[in-house]
Design a protein around this ligand. Structure first.
Ligand SMILES: [Zn+2]
Length: 296
């Protein structure tokens, strides 16, 4: 399923159409992507308008057309955007084709979990459902305290499941959530309540870092993520933990309906507590040693 950066990548694919008028619209009206708005309404709403550009928010996209028409688009599981020649005839899974003077904007979706919406707003601003979306990981309003307060609301939720919650982590999907847990050395299935304050700070920081690199690498031209990340090893049978000095075989299992991958050696739910305990023991030893030492 396309996540933050993949969605940004697909959005860019339509950029070549900016400034051009929609001359022809072809749809597959029975396709499930039209379950919230009929294909005829999309055709009526966009005909003759000029394409002004697209933007993304998490896994959502919004495309602006002249006269205050806003096409909302969610790629679902298998949705993709691309361009084709202006006289393009839609293939089987290409359920929306907007033909402009020099190219066509194509939305294809084989499994049709994707969906569309159309808002006609003459205020010059995007529709309110868009402006009211929660801050994205790279937004300045995505703060440590936001992560802490959201985590406090769901103490029993597994950490990974929390990371997949689009109300607080828009754009974070399966691979990113696994990556964040792995980089933090936290067990994906551990209840949020077991995470210490510093670990939640780490969730905030690592969510931002993983998002930034993903946007730079995938969001631009779908490049390869660093081989030192979990991502490149998680789907391979017999794949091993890329962390230097570990190389333990990775584990894959279902966690609340999502295939989850982790390193059984690096990621332990009591790691933070062990560290705390080790630190406590060390300071006790230091205190004992100083108590033993002769006073000067
Ligand atoms: Zn490992």
């Amino acid at each position: 399923m396309p996540e933050l950066a993949e969605v940004a990548y697909y959005c860019r694919q339509w950029q070549g159409g900016v400034g051009l008028e929609v001359e022809r619209i072809q749809t597959h009206p029975a396709a499930r992507i039209y379950r919230e708005i009929p294909a005829a309404a999309i055709r009526r709403g966009l005909a003759g308008r000029t394409f002004l550009g697209g933007r993304t928010h998490g896994k959502r996209m919004l495309f602006e057309f002249s006269g205050g028409a806003w096409l909302g688009l969610h790629l679902g599981m298998t949705g993709k955007l691309c361009t084709a020649p202006p006289d393009h005839i839609p293939a089987k899974h290409e359920h929306l084709v907007l033909s402009l003077a020099t190219l066509s904007l194509v939305f294809s979706d084989s499994r049709m979990f994707g969906k569309l919406s159309l808002d006609l707003v003459d205020t010059g601003d995007p529709p309110t459902w868009w402006t009211e979306l929660p801050p994205q990981p790279l937004d300045r309003r995505f703060t440590k305290s936001l992560v802490h307060s959201f985590a406090r609301r769901f103490p029993k939720t597994p950490l990974k499941t929390l990371l997949l919650d689009q109300r607080a982590f828009p754009g974070i999907g399966n691979w990113m959530a696994d990556e964040i847990c792995w980089q933090l050395r936290l067990t994906p299935s551990a209840p949020v309540a077991t995470a210490t304050g510093p670990q939640l700070d780490g969730v905030w920081k690592t969510t931002r870092r993983v998002s930034r690199v993903a946007m730079d690498v995938i969001g631009t031209d779908w490049g390869d993520l660093p081989n030192t990340w979990l991502m490149n090893h998680r789907w391979r049978d017999g794949g091993t933990c890329p962390r230097r000095g570990c190389r333990t075989e990775l584990v894959r299992a279902d966690l609340r309906g999502r295939t989850t991958c982790w390193c059984p050696r690096c990621q332990t739910s009591d790691r933070g507590r062990n560290n705390d305990r080790a630190r406590d023991e060390r300071s006790t030893q230091i205190r004992a040693m100083s108590a033993d030492s002769p006073r000067s």
